[in-house]
Design a protein around this ligand. Structure first.
Ligand SMILES: Cc1ncc(COP(=O)(O)O)c(C=O)c1O
Length: 421
């Protein structure tokens, strides 16, 4: 690369990733093939519209790319319509709101403090300013409280219920959620951004055929490039015909919300990389990877519990752990900094009913997807838990953190990144 400055920074980031342990649950390591597709000439091509109906010439190749991505997404998730053009998770959620609601309509989503995403109704996000947002909480035990959700939905009568989280360590009961939405005649949006890889890997129940619309990012457990899928069932209507807001019209409503509603030209290099990732996710070894993510998270949870750490809900069913550090007399920010200094990247996070602010919350969030992609197994989680505990305990001891950093660097470097294999 001629741009030495950027080349150096890319190398520096590669070194940071390969010499450390990446434990942010929303991150992962994409394959060499995904990176190759992302860095291809497909980025040069404009193609507003959809395959077969473009506003630009020369789309015969990118049409095939997008069709492949759509077909693979439909097959993998078991739905009959897939939109693969969302630039990322937040704009894709915005497209679902735009497709199904009018400004001012009521939406019920999980509060940020309890693990919800900003796009699920946070007051300073589009979802909380353009729409009338009401928010639900988890129970005191950290689990979703389906009875309380039903009560709140009956009282509030939302037009859409959003389910999904950035920090929820348990399984979703989609059928119960469907019942709540049906009771008040609301749309049900399943935002499976975090767990999509677990869903297609067969270790988390799928909302396909239950939720009206599924949105997922493609870069978390699914292990693709940054991007999003919006999935649903229904029948695309003929172009230019008005589409009422019915279940049958969901494909048309979603596609029109993306373009002309919110976006212009799709990112064809990103679409190609999504297609590659979906191809990888349909291979048998992806199921092994998904199962290993959960086994690693459960082992890490039990090792940290044994060391006196308080896990929200007492453990995990999926890829992440939410730790309340109050009993350790350390804040999430202090723990994030100490772990970062030792080469373990995590992020501070609020815990349910957190008395502290989001910039300095009581907890941290840890995940196993990226470590699993590098080949770590349950036995390694014993060592990782030990290092996490030592770094937090010695957070004010620079020398000890430096020593831990050396051990972690040696260990991490023996597990090449997938793109280096
Ligand atoms: C549940 C959930 N939805 C949506 C998003 C938004 O995705 P993006 O960051 O790609 O906009 C995230 C990202 O963290 C998420 O966790």
């Amino acid at each position: 690369m001629k741009d030495k400055k950027i080349a150096e920074l890319i190398l520096a980031e590669r070194k940071r990733q390969s010499e450390g342990l990446e434990m942010i649950p929303s991150e992962n390591h994409a394959s060499k093939d995904v990176l190759t597709a992302l860095g291809s000439v497909l980025t040069d091509k404009y193609s507003e519209g959809y395959p077969g109906m473009r506003y630009y010439g020369g789309c015969e190749v990118v049409d095939q790319v997008e069709n492949l991505a759509r077909d693979r997404a439909k097959k993998l998730f078991g739905v009959n319509h897939a939109n693969v053009q969302g630039y990322s998770g937040s704009p894709a959620n915005q497209a679902v709101y735009y497709a199904l609601l009018n400004p001012g309509d009521k939406v019920m989503g999980l509060k940020l403090y309890f693990g919800g995403h900003m796009t699920h109704g946070l007051k300073v996000n589009f979802s909380g300013t353009i729409y009338d947002s009401v928010q639900y909480e988890t129970g005191k035990d950290g689990y979703l409280d389906y009875d309380a959700m039903m009560k709140q939905a009956k009282f509030e009568q939302p037009k859409m219920i959003v389910v999904g989280a950035t920090a929820y360590p348990r399984i979703y009961d989609w059928k119960k959620l469907r019942k709540i939405a049906d009771e008040v005649n609301a749309w049900l949006l399943a935002d499976i951004s975090h767990i999509a890889g677990l869903v297609v890997g067969g270790v988390h129940p799928s909302p396909a055929g239950i939720a009206d619309v599924i949105m997922t990012t493609t870069h978390k457990t699914l292990r693709g490039p940054r991007g999003a899928l919006i999935l649903c069932n229904g029948n695309p209507s003929t172009p230019l015909k008005k589409a009422e807001r019915t279940k049958e019209n969901l494909p048309t409503l979603i596609d029109r919300a993306i373009i002309p509603g919110l976006q212009g030209g799709p990112h064809n290099h990103q679409t190609a990389a999504i297609a590659v990732a979906l191809g990888e996710a349909s291979q048998p070894d992806f199921k092994t990877y998904a199962a290993q993510i959960v086994r690693n998270a459960k082992k890490l949870a039990s090792e940290l519990s044994d060391r006196g750490y308080n896990l929200v809900t007492g453990g995990t069913d999926n890829h992440l752990l939410l730790i309340d550090l109050t009993n350790k007399k350390v804040t999430g920010k202090e723990a994030e900094d100490a772990l970062g200094n030792a080469g373990i990247t995590v992020n501070k996070n609020t815990v349910p009913f957190d008395p502290r602010p989001p910039f300095s919350p009581s907890g941290i969030r840890l995940g196993t997807p990226a470590l699993t992609s590098r080949g770590l197994k349950e036995d390694h989680m014993v060592q990782v838990a030990q290092w996490i505990d030592e770094a937090i305990t010695n957070r004010n001891n620079t020398e000890k953190l430096g020593e831990l950093g050396k051990q972690i660097k040696k260990f991490a470097s023996s597990f090449p990144l997938p793109s280096d294999r």
